[in-house]
Design a protein around this ligand. Structure first.
Ligand code: DOR
Ligand code: ZN
Length: 434
């Protein structure tokens, strides 16, 4: 049966428009987009979805999540991660390779693709590791990873310390058409640190990770992009200095793109004062000045993408002393309201915000999606931009609960997710599957 999505505000990030429109969906694709009130359909032959008061956006794309399968399914499986994704409005997610074993070869990539297909929810795009076992010594077989379904490579969780090896990785990745996603961290500087190094770490007596640990590697990876001509994408930017480096590189014409995560523009290091391990993340929450610079970078377009860095952990890794707890927080189910608050603050326009979670990540990864136009696959989300809510532990679809945003007043929520023309999630909580 065809579907008629009626009366919503259609945000088309690639065209740069936002207007009241109706969409007709047939055989999994958007067949027509018309101004609201002009479509004369036979309601009996159509499933009608009333979108009045809602934003109709392309299915959101999160280019940075951790799904923990294979190996740590007690934290998250591909199926539960995909459920959390569609609940949050995401129809495509790219998953990082730091699983157990890491995604460093064809068989692991194929396994992830197969498990995602079985889950039948969000589309899952694997990212392979840059080196075997993420050990920083021997490059993985990029051609194999690509053939098996990987869309990019990253050493996320670690940096490739050896610059010569990273240079070769960039050269081979370009040849194979794989996106290179850089986790920028100088381990020599960050080793032993558990939060941002600054006045708060000094006051509360925790060892710090200086901003320079990130910035040194951002600079190195930009230099390697300049040297090789291969585009690099800088993951989870958290400091003012990184924003400045990326801005300069872009002005110079170096092929660099960047992402930040919602926690880096929502929280600063003061959130760590109560030793709540849910605020422990890598890179760490920085200063208010850094938060302002991240917002400025987003508004200027220096930061192209917002990705969650969804990093599930169980109480085994989190209910511990702060310095012994694991780094990471979940994000798929709280990202949207945090991003919409930037729009309400006037820091970025609505269309621009949607671009950073749809067409921009799609184009960096070279994957389909991220647009709402006639002929496009009907992957979309219906957002209620004004509904106010708070997340409780019971509300999450993720297997993990390590979110500092539990109990915080939030505004703006996904109400329906469609993939290939089929509703895969609706606000009443059902998961009919794709
Ligand atoms: O906080 C983080 N958690 N940062 C990372 O780079 C890795 C991630 C994880 O896998 O838990
Ligand atoms: Zn990550």
């Amino acid at each position: 049966m065809s579907t008629w999505i009626r009366g919503g505000e259609l945000v088309a990030p690639q065209k740069g428009t936002s207007e009241q429109s109706d969409l007709i969906i047939e055989r999994g694709r958007i067949s027509r987009i018309v101004p609201h009130g002009t479509f004369q359909g036979q309601v009996s032959q159509l499933k009608v979805i009333d979108a009045a008061g809602k934003l109709v956006v392309p299915g959101l794309i999160d280019m940075h999540v951790h799904l923990r399968e294979p190996g740590e399914e007690y934290k998250e499986s591909i199926a539960t991660g995909a459920k959390a994704a569609v609940a949050g409005g995401f129809t495509s997610i790219a998953c990082m390779p730091n699983t157990s074993p890491p995604n460093d070869c064809r068989s692991v990539t194929e396994f992830i693709v197969r498990r995602a297909e079985e889950a039948g929810l969000a589309r899952v795009y694997p990212i392979g590791s840059i080196t075997m076992g993420q050990q920083g010594k021997v490059l993985t077989e990029f051609g194999d990873l690509k053939e098996a379904g990987a869309v990019g490579i990253s050493e996320d969780g670690y940096s490739v310390v050896d610059s010569e090896l990273m240079r070769r990785a960039l050269e081979y990745a370009d040849y194979h058409g794989l996106a290179v996603i850089c986790h920028c961290e100088d381990r020599g500087l960050s080793e032993g640190g558990v939060m941002h190094e600054g006045v708060v770490s000094t006051k509360i007596g925790l060892p710090g990770i200086p901003a320079a640990a990130e910035e040194i590697m951002v600079f190195r990876d930009i230099a390697l992009a300049r040297l090789t001509g291969t585009p690099v994408h800088i993951a989870h930017v958290s400091t003012k200095g990184s924003v400045a480096l990326i801005r300069m590189a872009k002005e110079e014409g170096v092929s660099v793109t960047a992402e930040t995560a919602p926690h880096y523009f929502t929280l600063d290091h003061n959130a760590v004062i109560g030793y709540d391990t849910r605020t422990k993340v890598n890179p760490p929450l920085r200063t208010e000045e850094d938060v302002q610079a991240i917002k400025q970078g987003l508004s200027e377009g220096v930061i192209d993408v917002i990705a969650t860095d969804h990093a599930p952990h169980s109480p085994i890794e989190k209910d511990l002393e702060f310095d012994r707890a694991a780094f990471g927080m979940i994000g798929l189910e709280t990202a949207l309201p945090l991003i919409l608050s930037l729009v309400r603050e006037g820091r970025i326009g609505m269309v621009d915000a949607i671009r950073k979670i749809t067409c921009n990540p799609a184009s960096i990864l070279g994957i389909p999606g991220g647009s709402l136009e006639e002929g496009a696959r009907a992957d979309l989300a219906l957002i209620d931009p004004n509904v106010e809510f708070t997340m409780t532990e019971g509300d999450f679809h993720s297997k993990s609960r390590n979110s500092p945003f539990i109990g915080m007043p939030l505004r703006g929520r996904n109400t329906l997710t469609m993939i290939g023309g089929k509703i895969v999630w609706q606000a009443n909580g059902t998961h009919p599957g794709r």
